[in-house]
Design a protein around this ligand. Structure first.
Ligand SMILES: Nc1nc2c(ncn2[C@@H]2O[C@H](COP(=O)(O)OP(=O)(O)OP(=O)(O)O)[C@@H](O)[C@H]2O)c(=O)[nH]1
Length: 310
């Protein structure tokens, strides 16, 4: 391959001169300490600062993470978006924000895999590092899973959005909630009923937030796969990355045979979540991106199995 001829005839000032040209100035006199021990530590000031703070921390922290999965691919690297925090009492001015990312890096160097046991350990250790009685950690990530065409068996990659949130309190321990938002096909029952032929359909977003029971065994059950199944198995049809014509025919006919309103979806998914032993409480929302409107249709349902027992 021929080397491209580039024109380098222009004589530029040095980089330092260029910076000066654009306004950089020489450093002024330095009077403040550079040793950490001698620096002011404002955030650690102790005084009556009027109010306790429920949560202070950092959010929107992007970091590579490893995810275990019972669906293929069983180990995957993805991007996690974290938030970290803890409460502080009115006698303290501020938190020590560097300690959140300091601990994240420590876990990263130890091969941070985002399972619930590891995340609980992380939150508890964070409370200790901050010298607080509580801490909370939330991580949000795209979770990928292989999906095959129903007839051709040709595979491709789908994903759902997953969130794990752990709230730790020294007196009460951990509260773990997980959220999965997956996409489904829904076909409108009304449209099917009133039309001579066809029925409009839409892409539905099903979001399930679940409080896990204390004895949830993640070695046994992948909560992500279980929630995905609750959403997809109640849909008019599943969504596929690769569909050949025989697959497309099957998916289209299946959707026509299983029409669903948003109300039908939240009730049917609720029934599945109700039956799952590891689910203590849940909320489920379905939001359909309507194909015959510019707006979305939406329904939400919440249920707490503990209240039922009382
Ligand atoms: N508390 C608090 N810190 C902030 C805020 N905004 C930025 N920071 C950052 O907090 C960092 C300092 O973190 P600290 O953990 O208190 O640092 P440090 O005292 O040297 O660390 P330790 O020895 O672990 O206490 C600096 O990088 C600040 O920029 C804020 O609104 N509140």
């Amino acid at each position: 391959m021929n080397k491209t001829e580039l024109n380098h005839n222009k004589q530029l000032p040095s980089k330092e001169e260029r910076h000066q040209l654009f306004g950089s100035v020489n450093p002024g006199p330095r009077t403040k300490p550079v040793d950490k021990d001698k620096m002011a530590d404002l955030q650690n000031s102790k005084k009556d600062f009027l109010f306790d703070i429920d949560m202070v921390g950092i959010s929107n922290v992007k970091h590579p993470i490893r995810i275990p999965s019972k669906l293929t691919p069983e180990i995957q690297t993805t991007i996690g978006t974290f938030s970290f925090g803890s409460s502080i009492v009115k006698g303290s001015k501020g938190t020590n924000m560097s300690r959140f990312t300091e601990q994240l890096d420590k876990y990263h160097n130890e091969g941070f895999a985002i399972d619930i046991a590891t995340l609980k350990g992380f939150t508890e250790e964070l409370a200790g590092r901050l010298k607080e009685k509580d801490a909370e950690v939330e991580v949000h990530f795209p979770w990928f899973f292989e999906r095959k065409g129903p007839y051709s068996d040709l595979a491709g990659m789908n994903y759902a959005d997953a969130t794990i949130r752990d709230e730790y309190r020294e007196e009460t321990g951990h509260d773990v909630t997980v959220t999965l938002t997956g996409k489904i096909t829904t076909l409108c029952p009304c449209s099917k009923e009133i039309s001579e032929y066809s029925a409009h359909n839409q892409r539905g977003n099903v979001s399930m937030t679940v409080t896990l029971t204390d004895d949830f065994d993640e070695q046994e059950i992948d909560w992500k796969a279980a929630l995905l199944e609750a959403a997809e198995s109640n849909a008019s049809a599943r969504i596929h990355p690769v569909l050949k014509r025989p697959d497309e025919k099957m998916v289209t006919e299946q959707a026509y045979e299983n029409p669903r309103f948003v109300e039908d979806i939240v009730r049917l998914v609720a029934a599945d979540l109700y039956e799952l032993e590891f689910v203590e409480a849940f909320s489920v929302t379905c939001r359909n991106e309507e194909s015959i409107h510019l707006h979305d249709a939406v329904a939400t349902l919440s249920y707490d199995k503990k209240q039922e027992a009382e």
